[in-house]
Design a protein around this ligand. Structure first.
Ligand code: PAF
Length: 304
């Protein structure tokens, strides 16, 4: 039997109607911004510290680590699941993006999450929606050279979620390091009163960073994928041992191609805060890479 957790007054929908028989007690799901505001407001007025973990669902071990960090720092944890359509370009995988509502809810129940916010697109974006966050600084370069629309869309939806929920803490993974820096800068520049907490990348045993898009990889591609992190590590070692930035980036790029990646969008050494490209190894430098394997894009990064 499918059971739904306490606070039914917050529920605006029943979860996973087609769910198979199960004994899980799912956390309450809310779909409207006004219900989210009420619920988060109630938590705050009971002196609870509230954490928000924004996700697009298809939850994996990386997300679960964000949730553990949220629960360790706050008495209430809200997880949002929203596959934000504006951050996908026409040519990207919005329709194919993995969705597994029932499995996600089961994981969130096990993790002790208090509330799940799962709005429909129409709740987040009215038909006449015209406002967006425009940024430069860490939103320039790297991912934005390949996905120019991406960070404005991410910053806009994260800004909306932070204003809707007003969490004390919002948790993001270092796997999407540029996104993390963009969010940090936006929160600072717009005086949004939430602390941004970063959680280290969670990896499979062979080093591949957990990502919802790993589900797209064929078995041959999956076997090649861990080379991305290995080559980042090798490049970091060579840089630390005195290799020049230009030389090691060239060498690393050649290694990625030889490893079987179909394309290397970038391999770059950048400052870990401003994300400005570096010509010399300095404290706080980070390596960033994005590669293509068939139709799948993988990104990763590593502190040098
Ligand atoms: O990292 C993600 O899953 C998304 O970019 C985010 C932060 C939930 C915004 O849609």
């Amino acid at each position: 039997m499918l059971k739904v957790g306490a606070a039914p007054e917050l529920m605006t929908t029943s979860p996973a109607r087609d769910a198979k028989a199960s004994n899980s007690i799912f956390p309450p799901i809310i779909r409207s911004v006004s219900a989210l505001r009420r619920a988060a407001g109630k938590y705050r007025s009971s002196s609870d510290r509230v954490a928000l973990v924004p996700t697009m669902g298809a939850l994996h071990a990386g997300h679960m680590e964000l949730i553990s960090a949220a629960r360790a720092s706050c008495s209430r944890t809200i997880v949002s699941i929203f596959v934000n359509p504006t951050q996908f370009a026409q040519s990207e995988d919005l329709q194919l993006y993995p969705r597994n509502e029932e499995e996600d809810l089961r994981k969130l129940a096990e993790a002790g999450v208090d509330l799940v916010f799962m709005p429909l697109a129409g709740e987040m974006y009215r038909e006449d929606f015209v406002t967006s966050v425009c940024l430069s600084g860490p939103g320039r370069g790297l991912e934005s050279t390949v996905r120019p629309h991406f960070f404005s869309a991410v910053a806009t939806v994260v800004c909306k979620l932070l204003l809707q929920c007003q969490p004390d803490v919002a948790v993001f993974g270092e796997k999407d390091y540029q996104q993390l820096q963009v969010v940090r800068r936006m929160v600072r520049d717009l005086d949004i009163p939430s602390e941004i907490m970063a959680v280290a990348t969670v990896r499979e045993m062979d080093g591949l960073a957990f990502s919802s898009r790993n589900a797209y990889l064929s078995s041959t591609e999956r076997a090649t994928a861990p080379r991305l992190f290995e080559i980042l590590q090798e490049t970091a070692v060579c840089l630390r041992e005195g290799g020049t930035v230009v030389g090691e980036i060239e060498r690393g790029t050649a290694l990625l191609r030889a490893a079987g990646f179909d394309g290397v969008d970038y391999l770059a050494l950048c400052d870990g805060e401003s994300l400005q490209p570096l010509q010399l190894l300095v404290r706080g430098a980070r390596l960033f890479a994005a590669v293509r394997l068939g139709t799948t894009r993988l990104i990763d990064n590593l502190e040098v």
